[in-house]
Design a protein around this ligand. Structure first.
Ligand SMILES: Cc1cc2nc3c(=O)[nH]c(=O)nc-3n(C[C@H](O)[C@H](O)[C@H](O)COP(=O)(O)O)c2cc1C
Length: 204
């Protein structure tokens, strides 16, 4: 494992999103595959948790953005219950970050802008796939891809109405740095009444 500065009270910035951005930068620089991959955990009305990986496609002061089929299981669960948890894990760096927050659909214009920047093949796939629905065969999927590609031939592929982004607005963020002999460093930031972030050390 690469030698990393320990996570200490003195090294914590006032804003956890700055630390998140710094750790993401370290993960990118380390050359690991998909450093922006994060697990997204959701639960709908039935209370059954479900998790899957998604890619972080934007990080700003107001939160973390990802894009998906909004009729998928995750989309339906977020409709019923916007509470979500995101989890980054970078094994090579001995680090994980947990983010509790509320997910909100992005405005159509922002999803449009992101969709228009995608490769045409990915745009076509978004139309051809109803994420999570049962299909008879891969051939059926490829036939749909062909049909969609023909339908939009010679024109810009519009964003499918049910495809778009979410922003997760963080309410608590925990940073975990592996330490020797299980003496890991854990700090959780939570918002206080005055809307400032307050960090506390957690027992590993
Ligand atoms: C590394 C990785 C990144 C992924 N990124 C996304 C993504 O950004 N958006 C997405 O909808 N699915 C992504 N997927 C697929 C999801 O994990 C999942 O299969 C899909 O979204 C359906 O999830 P659901 O049925 O729980 O809604 C990714 C999978 C992996 C392994």
């Amino acid at each position: 494992m690469a030698e990393l500065a320990a996570l200490t009270e003195e090294s914590l910035p006032p804003d956890p999103l700055a630390l998140l951005a710094a750790w993401l930068g370290d993960a990118e620089a380390s050359g690991i595959t998909n450093p922006n991959a994060m697990a997204l955990a959701t639960a709908g009305d039935d209370g059954r948790p479900s998790a899957r990986m998604v890619l972080l496609r934007g990080l700003s002061d107001d939160g973390l953005r990802f894009f998906t089929d909004q009729t998928s299981l995750k989309g339906r669960q977020l409709e019923q219950n916007p509470r979500a948890q995101l989890l980054f894990y970078w094994g090579e760096l001995g680090r994980q970050i947990l983010i509790h927050g509320q997910a909100e659909k992005l405005a159509g214009a922002e999803s449009d802008a992101y969709f228009q920047g995608r490769p045409r093949e990915s745009q076509v796939s978004a139309w051809a796939s109803e994420q999570g629905s049962v299909i008879a065969s891969r051939d059926e999927l490829l036939a749909r891809v062909k049909e969609v590609a023909e339908r939009f031939e010679g024109e810009e592929v519009p964003r499918p109405p049910d495809w778009g982004g979410y922003i997760v607005r963080p309410e608590a963020i925990e940073f975990w740095q592996a330490g020797e002999f299980r003496l890991h460093d854990r700090f959780v930031y939570r918002r206080d009444d005055g809307d400032h972030w307050v960090a506390e050390r957690l027992s590993p």
